[in-house]
Ligand binder design. Structure first.
Ligand code: SF4
Length: 486
């Protein structure tokens, strides 16, 4: 099933598409499917193509998944048919495999110890190799996703006589790339991160004496069900939650943290906690740093809502220019079954953002956003501001130019579609029609984290990939490598 969108592709948001969300609950005696539903609901921004929940009870595992938003896929009746003590859930944006129900998650695979259900956020970089090794043992793959390969690899190891934990460890040794996982089994709930911890994964507790556990992509998924944030699952760690409680195993000998910096800048919710503080606070600092680096005289600072809001507030704090809302977002534009008419296409961006003339007219405006990726919408926003009477428009971006694609679970398009990969800042400024354009420096972005800069992946700004990308995979996306390096 495919979903027509309100806007033609050139008018879709000028952002990479989100990764996926995983959510797992271990809570005997509680309505685990419903808790999972709310968790996924809070993490809907991480994937809107499909949603699914698998629940484990004494009778085995029951699964429901379908294409569409969480609220469309589940209702009260469906959730009641998913009883159990353990549940894992997933929302998906397709980074590998096409947008098909067969590729929706969780993936359920039978093993000698009972079925496992796996929810994956990330991307493997050795899927071909893994697929080959799986085929040799006559395991059949029914989807086109690397997530199914991880599930089948665990099943293979378990079927060879290993325990759940030993089987998972052995399977992870065969996987290279980014994977944050929530895995349900009849015995317990498992959470795991690859040795670089590229995608986030957190643990929470709830209930009397904190005896129930939750695993989620972001802390916003814990907040919605009243769970308390315990800690992050560490890079290269497996947490195994059973009736004995939570046990931790560091299976990787060389964990090397490389959290995706784009999670911090844009993907994760601003109310999610990373490194003990909200991403809202980090994004404020990005804006302050940006103001320090690229101040320009103006009358108002306005954000591109909603993604640019914290950085615009930070920019305003940093330079003392008044912060105002100059663009009002239509929150209900998203997926619709009604194709826009030609006239609506012409007004383009106003289906999503409408300028406030009282704020804009006669003013010198600084407009702040978190990133420019394809550059498809920035020009339309600038034109809309000029039509509303702006006398000057200066654009400030709270991240560096995106010059390289992501291979670790985010869809940033091929390199030739990234505007900054082929055009200078001056050329981009000319193309989008601003009086001036400035990006945050790479050093400034990392400094604002307040952490060791080596703990982050920032490859889409530098091309310095922390996990080696096989040549074949590179060839498909790094079409401009020669031009960029010359
Ligand atoms: S390449 Fe960019 S988007 Fe991908 S994991 Fe690294 S920082 Fe994140």
């Amino acid at each position: 099933m495919s979903y027509p969108t309100a806007l033609p592709s050139e008018e879709l948001p000028d952002k990479p598409e989100e990764a996926c969300a995983v959510f797992g609950v271990y809570a005997p005696g509680e309505d685990v499917a419903k808790l999972n539903y709310f968790g996924l609901y809070a993490l809907q921004h991480r994937g809107q193509e499909s949603a699914g929940i698998a629940a484990f009870s004494a009778d085995g595992v029951r699964l429901h998944k379908d294409m569409g938003l969480v609220a469309r896929v589940f209702d009260e009746e469906i959730l009641q048919q998913l009883p159990g003590d353990i549940a894992v859930g997933h929302t998906r944006y397709s980074t590998t495999g096409s947008s098909l129900i067969a590729n929706a998650q969780p993936v359920v695979v039978p093993t000698k110890l009972g079925s496992l259900a796996l929810a994956h956020n990330g991307n493997l970089v050795n899927p071909e190799q893994l697929k080959e090794s799986l085929k040799n043992d006559n395991y059949e793959l029914i989807s086109t996703t690397d997530s199914e390969m991880i599930a089948v690899a665990i099943a293979q190891e378990v079927d060879s006589g290993k325990s759940w934990l030993e089987g998972a460890k052995a399977a992870f040794d065969r996987c290279q790339g980014a994977y944050s996982l929530a895995i349900g089994t009849p015995e317990g709930l498992m959470g795991a991160r690859d040795p670089h911890g590229i995608r986030p994964l957190v643990i929470g507790t709830f209930g009397d004496n904190s005896q129930h556990y939750v695993i989620a992509s972001e802390t916003a998924g814990l907040d919605i069900i009243g769970a308390e944030y315990l800690r992050d699952v560490e890079p290269g760690e497996i947490v195994w939650i059973t009736e004995q409680g939570l046990a931790s195993y560091h299976w990787s000998e060389k964990p090397e943290p490389k959290l995706c910096i784009f999670e911090m800048i844009y993907f994760s919710r601003p109310d999610s906690i990373v490194n003990q503080e909200s991403l809202y606070s980090y994004r404020l600092r990005l804006g302050q740093q940006l103001a320090a680096e690229s101040y320009v005289e103006a009358d108002s600072v306005i954000p591109v809502p909603d993604s640019g809001v914290p950085a615009a507030i930070g920019f305003s704090h940093g330079c003392g220019i008044t912060y105002e809302e100059g663009l009002i977002k239509n929150r209900y534009v998203g997926r619709t079954f009604i194709e826009p008419t030609q006239r609506m296409r012409e007004v383009g961006i106003r289906m999503k953002l409408n300028p406030l003339k009282d704020v804009i007219n006669g003013k010198r405006i600084i407009i702040v956003d978190d990133s420019i990726v394809r550059g498809t919408t920035s020009g339309k926003i600038v034109q809309a501001l000029r039509d509303a009477g702006a006398v000057e428009v200066h654009m400030r971006i709270s991240s560096p130019p995106v010059t390289h694609p992501c291979f670790y679970g985010l869809d940033t398009d091929n390199q030739d579609q990234l505007i900054a990969a082929t055009q200078s800042v001056e050329d981009v400024a000319k193309k989008i029609g601003v009086d001036s354009l400035a990006y945050l420096s790479w050093e400034g972005m990392l400094k604002a984290t307040g952490e060791d800069p080596n703990n982050f992946c920032s490859a889409c700004f530098t091309g310095d990939y922390p996990i080696e990308i096989p040549d074949k995979m590179k060839q498909n996306k790094l079409l401009l490598e020669q031009n960029v390096s010359s």
